[in-house]
Write a protein that binds this ligand. Structure first.
Ligand code: GDP
Ligand code: IMO
Ligand code: MG
Length: 433
């Protein structure tokens, strides 16, 4: 039995979708444990391009069961739309998808509340994806949220909904939110949507435990990345869920004792979308080159991603928080054209060495990265699927990252396609998947 967590080691968009899709060939179940349709994973299979938001990337493999865990927040309209799009592309979503009865529901007013909150005077905007994710999690931890199971008990749902709606009305009035919100119409539409997916909703913790007790292999798919984790990320410029490895347990009901391995996915450089500190951001032509070569534009919002250099202290930090067994380094090919590649190997603050990740965003904004420059290889690595075939300098770059971060580089991605990947034989990664 193998039970592994695959998650982002940076600020998201590291290519988790590609990696999970590739690995899911060897798993029976792929389970998402947090986030919602703020995530965007682009996966290429031959000529076809899939964009997954809420549905686990494992859905693309026939025969693999995809589970949306209790830690995920669900916008029913977005879910149904994603299901329809995938079904139209020949994916058997209704057959293979299961949804936790404990997952919370995002309502349209969550989006409006978020818009209002981001626009408030004197508030530093987070630059969210505007999907209502944060306000839904606020209702969850505030113990007034509505979960999937509640939707199927009409009487209780109506009472809970009316109380929640009354809260939101008060909030909207207090903050002079002028947009009309038709609460009754939202309630009715929610009931209609819920009926359409009722057969997919179950206790997914029981489903996962049963499957594991029968020796089935489960992969947990993280959305976002560790630096966007609500506890361990660059707070408050984070998402509102537990993207780090611990979230896989709370977000699915599978205990830590059942996890066999943890795999971090990181780009060979780094990107971030939205606001917040970013020590190795390159705002000059080199950053533009990374954006162009890496096609660094958000899959959900289309926003240009901020680009910068691989950050060793950050990776060491996310390795500490998650306990990575192995790393998959993606988008190596994006660095193919560079003469030299800066890598941040240390942080300084007011001239002094910094050994811990600063807890405040203001301190992190003042960090001065210390760089080492490694020679570029200036030849194409695109599509290379064997480590020995990588140019020597690319191998040296990967060895450098491995040495500095203290984590094995077990996998390397050299292009968006499934076969554009190296899995190093004999690596811990090879043993886990
Ligand atoms: P995720 O959110 O972590 O799943 O990542 P995204 O899908 O948002 O962003 C990664 C983008 O890089 C996608 O468009 C992928 O198709 C693409 N991609 C993934 N791996 C590679 C790679 O090794 N090389 C290149 N050039 N593109 C890649
Ligand atoms: P995947 O899974 C990159 C960022 C937003 C914003 C912050 C909070 O594709 O890696 P939210 O809407 O979650 O409240 O926004 O988090 N963000 C992401 N950045 N990749 C993602 O997902 C992200 N999901 C949220 O840009 O800065
Ligand atoms: Mg993404």
């Amino acid at each position: 039995m193998s039970t592994v967590i695959v998650l982002g080691a940076q600020w998201g968009d590291a290519g988790k979708g590609k990696v999970v899709d590739l690995f899911s060939e060897r798993f029976d179940i792929v389970a998402r444990y947090q986030g919602g349709h703020n995530a965007g994973h682009t996966v290429f299979i031959g000529e076809k391009k899939f964009v997954l938001k809420l549905i686990p990337s494992g859905i693309l493999r026939p025969g693999v069961e995809a589970v949306i865990g209790n830690g995920v927040v669900i916008d029913l309209a977005a879910l149904l739309q994603e299901m329809e799009t995938l079904e139209a592309m020949g994916i058997a979503v209704s057959k293979n998808l299961r949804i936790s009865n404990r997952a919370h529901v995002i309502f349209p007013f969550h989006r409006l509340i978020e818009k209002m909150s981001e626009a408030r005077e004197n508030r530093v905007p987070i630059g969210t994806t505007s999907r209502g994710i944060g306000p839904c999690y606020e209702d969850k931890t505030g113990r007034r949220g509505i979960r999937m199971a509640d939707l199927f008990d009409p009487e209780s749902f109506r009472t809970m909904y009316d109380v929640l709606a009354a809260d939101k009305k008060t909030l909207a009035d207090t903050f002079q939110l002028n947009e009309e919100i038709d609460y009754a119409a939202i309630r009715q539409q929610t009931e209609e949507y819920a009926a359409r997916i009722q057969s997919l909703v179950c206790d997914t913790a029981v489903l996962l435990h049963d499957a594991m007790s029968h020796g089935k292999r489960v992969m947990f798919e993280g959305a976002q990345g560790t630096m966007l984790d609500v506890d361990h990320g660059t707070y408050p410029f984070v998402t509102s869920s537990s993207a780090a490895a611990g979230g896989a347990c709370t977000g699915t009901g599978v205990p830590p004792t059942k996890i066999n391995g943890i795999i971090g996915v990181s780009k060979a450089y780094i990107t971030r979308v939205g606001s917040g500190p970013f020590p190795t951001e390159s705002k000059d032509a080199a950053g533009d080159l990374l954006r162009r070569e890496g096609n660094e534009f958000g899959a959900v919002t289309g926003r240009p991603r901020r680009c910068g250099w691989f950050d060793v202290p950050l990776l060491r930090y996310t390795a500490m928080v998650n306990g990575f067994d192995s790393l998959v380094i993606t988008k190596l090919d994006v660095l193919d054209h560079l003469d030299e590649i800066p890598v941040c190997v240390g942080y300084k603050l007011c001239g002094a060495d910094v050994h811990e990740m600063p807890a405040t965003w203001r301190a992190l904004e003042m960090i001065q990265p210390v760089y080492e420059k490694l020679p570029g290889w200036r030849t194409s690595t695109r599509g290379i699927a064997r480590y020995e075939q990588l140019p020597e300098r690319a191998q040296s770059y990967l060895k450098f990252l491995e040495g500095k971060t203290g984590v094995e580089v077990g996998g390397i991605s050299t292009g968006p396609e499934r076969n554009e990947t190296i899995i190093r034989p004999g690596s811990k990664l090879d043993g886990l998947i």
